[in-house]
Design a protein around this ligand. Sequence first.
Ligand code: ADP
Length: 161
Amino acid sequence: MNTAIYPGSFDPITLGHLNLIKRASSTFERVIVCVMRNGGKSPLFTPDERLDQVKRVTAKFSNVEVDSYDGLVADYARERGARVVIRGLRALSDYEKECMMALVNKKLNPGLETLFLAADEKYMYHSSSGAKELARFGADLRQWCPWEIIGELEERIRSVR
Ligand code: ADP
């Protein structure tokens, strides 16, 4: 089966991530969105909370599965029998980091191709960190995050203040 993996921290999932998932789901037979549990950043949401959020937000896509993993993307892809990893490119600043990651993944799993999708122009400047920053200042998040998670983002930001 033509399967692609879309790994990320999704802390939290934004409309930019969702746009990539939608486009990948119309290109591949199956897309596995994988919430990576081992991010070095100190996340706002626990891996299980992020997993649950991504599941709720992507429930409308019948060929999208959501999972989480503590380990390397290269190993996860091998376990799931996937040969394509999807990543997004917004600005030039994403390029260097993403290219390095693609090369490392290829070294670890030579059968794995990284496919970059250019960010949609509407979501070029969307990021999880941007959404959190806006939430801190009480901005309207409807243009940034899926409606299903806005309440919990606002609530969590309030509780960590
Ligand atoms: P990571 O911590 O692995 O970078 P993120 O959740 O921040 O995880 O992002 C996952 C992937 O989605 C990355 O390839 C990132 O470049 C991409 N991405 C994030 N935001 C957008 C966006 N607005 N448009 C397109 N791609 C995006």
